[in-house]
Design a protein around this ligand. Structure first.
Ligand code: BGO
Length: 272
């Protein structure tokens, strides 16, 4: 079997380091990402040396606003791991799912590992992982890095996704007027980007992301057409493009959590 690369991605404090340590034990290499003083950690999976685990820096978003975000994004879009395990803090789902929506948009196979399940269970909160998986369109596994449960299952899910190969990827779905604009941008991009990255770049170009604009080296005509699409959509929504995407991500996440989470208090109330 060829060496498989699985990246761990997540917010700071989501439990990435703890997960990485459980997966790799002492089998770790620590260095820096090229050109920046951001720590880079890589290790072999203890239970299968054909699998390399790359620990990405803790990030909240894939915008190019911090060295950590730039490093993570460059790695995902150029070195491209075979799969991503997205570690999210189950006690703080809403905030953590913001990055999840962006990771899924990279087109790289994603497994979501909902960490801190030991705390979630004690709190009485219930997260319906099956529903979450269905609504996100990716496998979701409940884990606790502290108690070492579920983590191997997350890796096995990732390996399974890699072996299965690319099937139709479903992305978080936004307001239909925004979706129409994103499809138009994808059309303008055509073969400028690999098909698997076209959703990611259409969203980034909609946001007027400087790094995406520089990287893609678009023709003047493409730039003009995309600028027009963005301006028209901003007029329709009466909001600027970047805020619009942020709002739509949060609308999607609110819908998800309403569907998948029952808080301990609500549960008790409904019984009384
Ligand atoms: C401290 N369950 C519980 N209960 N805690 C967890 C779990 C889990 O599944 N996973 C991680 N933690 P990192 P990033 C700490 O360090 O892996 C805890 O940033 C403390 N430290 O032990 O570092 C983990 O790499 C003193 O907690 O996250 C750590 O993503 C008191 O979550 C924290 C209490 O995990 C962050 C906790 C001196």
């Amino acid at each position: 079997m060829a060496q498989l690369h699985i990246a761990l991605a997540g917010n700071p404090n989501s439990g990435k380091t703890s997960t990485f340590n459980v997966l790799t034990g002492t089998n770790q290499f620590v260095g820096n990402w090229p050109g920046v003083t951001v720590e880079r950690k890589e290790g072999r999976y203890k239970k299968n040396s054909d699998v390399t685990i790359d620990d990405l820096p803790g990030i909240y978003s894939l915008s190019p606003y911090s060295p950590e975000e730039v490093v993570a994004r460059d790695y995902l879009l150029s070195d491209t791991p075979d799969a991503i395990i997205n570690i999210i803090d189950g006690t703080n789902l809403e905030r953590n799912l913001y990055l999840t929506t962006q990771l899924i948009e990279t087109g790289i196979p994603v497994v979501v590992a909902v960490n801190m399940m030991d705390i979630v269970k004690k709190s009485g909160k219930q997260i319906n992982l099956e529903k979450l998986a269905y609504a996100l369109g990716v496998p979701v596994v409940g884990v606790s890095a502290l108690k070492n449960f579920g983590i191997d299952k997350a890796v096995n899910e990732a390996i399974h996704l890699i072996e299965k190969g690319r099937t139709e990827v479903s992305f978080p779905h936004y307001d239909r007027r925004l979706e129409a604009a994103l499809s138009e941008i994808e059309e303008v991009l055509g073969s400028t980007v690999l098909a698997k990255y076209s959703r990611f770049y259409s969203v980034k170009l909609f946001e007027r992301d400087e790094q995406a604009l520089t990287q893609l080296d678009l023709s003047k005509i493409q730039q003009k057409e995309i600028a027009e699409i963005v301006q028209i959509t901003e007029k329709i929504f009466g909001d600027d493009a970047e805020s619009l995407i942020i709002n739509e991500r949060y609308n999607f996440i609110t819908h998800l959590t309403t569907l998948c989470v029952v808080n301990g208090d609500h549960f008790k109330l409904s019984l009384s």
